[in-house]
Ligand binder design. Structure first.
Ligand SMILES: *Cc1c(COP(=O)(O)O)cnc(C)c1O
Length: 392
């Protein structure tokens, strides 16, 4: 079965859909049994798509879990109330006091905060490594290193990691690998195909696709799925059936949406590349993006999210630029149908190992609006940016 056909069919079992196209929204806390035999059957099958108790999920959740497991070629998929919860619970499912964690220096900011504020207090030590370290990660592995965490491309600055090279080292050294695959979304990058043990996504972004649901997913391979499933259950992780339904609905059209996001983002990025105020484009499909060669080798295309590094900037220029935009709204998320923007004068405070000596970084999410309108919006706002350079 080819890729698009697979995503249309994934998880659409008759027992979930009951004669219509989509699964029934089955809201439940209590599951009731008519006989002792039935109850014992459910106890035996818990965790295996059997109705047992609401926190274990219902048919709506099972349909979504099956579909995402197929998308990412895993053994199973755990659902969480947000992407941040998926990251936290995946780490907490495997780390204990005295363990060492290798975390990419370009991690999503709340992931870094989790390590520095919570895991540290639990006696779990974190070392931040350069995203471009590749097989050199070997030298950073200690006797107590338990987990190697990757995020590719990196948050905001978009460095693409050499995943196969790093996984090879981790496997040899007995270290579990996890990857924040929110940008790669399972359609354009499948970490488990490259040997990663657990692939995590903020489904909040492209899977949901309409900026109206918070959800996280983690897909594990055969080896780690039983532990991830059981530990996430013990940590009380579950989602509502309504949210699971919306995420599954979003997933069906994700490939079609991604194609348009990709095409429009490429057009906008090319236009920005030629703009005199822009130093370079941080888009994995551009040669100016660190790790571009790994993107070409490992990914099936790009999407709507990329950044630009400015030649120079002041906080005032950035603020006026943001206020001058109209189609691009300021917002910390992405992956919906609408265009969004964020900006950082420097990345220094978020890069403890690699630092940051370049100019301000503007991150854009290119939505499904007409690209001419988006370029016009940026052209105007960049004029305002220029007029405010030199002012503090
Ligand atoms: C948004 C995001 C998350 C967190 O997801 P939430 O659902 O907002 O908690 C994690 N990682 C990356 C890369 C993200 O962009």
């Amino acid at each position: 079965m080819k890729k698009h056909t697979k995503i249309v069919a994934a998880g659409r079992k008759a027992e979930y859909t009951k004669g219509v196209v989509n699964p029934v929204v089955q809201r439940a806390s209590t599951v009731v049994f008519e006989s002792v035999a039935e109850m014992q059957e459910a106890i035996k099958g818990r965790g295996h798509r059997t109705l047992f108790y609401g926190r274990r999920g219902t048919n709506t959740h099972f349909a979504l879990q099956d579909a995402i497991t197929e998308l990412e070629n895993g053994a199973g998929c755990a659902l969480y109330p947000s992407g941040a919860a998926a990251i936290a619970q995946s780490l907490l499912s495997f780390l204990k006091a005295g363990d060492h964690l290798l975390m990419v220096d370009t991690a999503y900011e709340p992931t870094r905060d989790l390590c520095d504020k919570l895991l540290k207090g639990y006696g779990i030590e974190t070392t931040y490594y350069d995203p471009m370290v590749g097989a050199g990660i070997d030298a950073l592995i200690q006797d107590n290193t338990k987990v190697l965490f990757l995020e590719s491309p990196g948050s905001i600055t978009m460095e693409v990691q050499d995943v196969p090279a790093m996984v090879e080292v981790a496997k040899r050294r007995g270290v579990i690998t996890m990857l924040d695959n929110t940008w790669g979304n399972g359609w354009q990058f499948r970490p488990l195909d490259h040997g990663v043990d657990i692939s995590i996504q903020a489904a909040t972004k492209y899977i949901v696709g309409h900026s109206d649901v918070m959800m996280g997913v983690a897909v594990a391979n055969e080896r780690y799925w039983p532990e991830l499933r059981e530990h996430s259950y013990l940590l009380g992780q579950c989602t509502s059936a309504d949210d699971a339904y919306l995420a599954l609905r979003g997933l069906r059209t994700m490939p079609a949406r991604l194609k348009q996001h990709e095409q429009s983002a490429m057009t906008v990025a090319k236009w920005l590349e030629a703009h005199p105020l822009v130093d370079h484009v941080r888009h994995p499909a551009f040669e100016t993006c660190p790790g571009h060669e790994f993107f070409k080798r490992d990914f099936d295309g790009s999407n709507g999210l990329f950044s630009i590094v400015m030649k120079e900037g002041s906080q005032k220029a950035i603020n006026r630029f943001l206020d001058a935009l109209s189609h691009f709204k300021m917002g910390f998320s992405w992956g919906g149908y609408e265009s969004l923007v964020t900006a950082n004068k420097t990345m220094e405070h978020l890069r403890s190992t690699t630092g940051w000596t370049l100019g301000p970084v503007i991150r854009l999410h290119i939505g499904l609006e007409d690209v001419e309108d988006l370029i016009e919006d940026l052209e105007h706002a960049l004029k305002v940016y220029e007029q405010n350079l030199g002012k503090s």
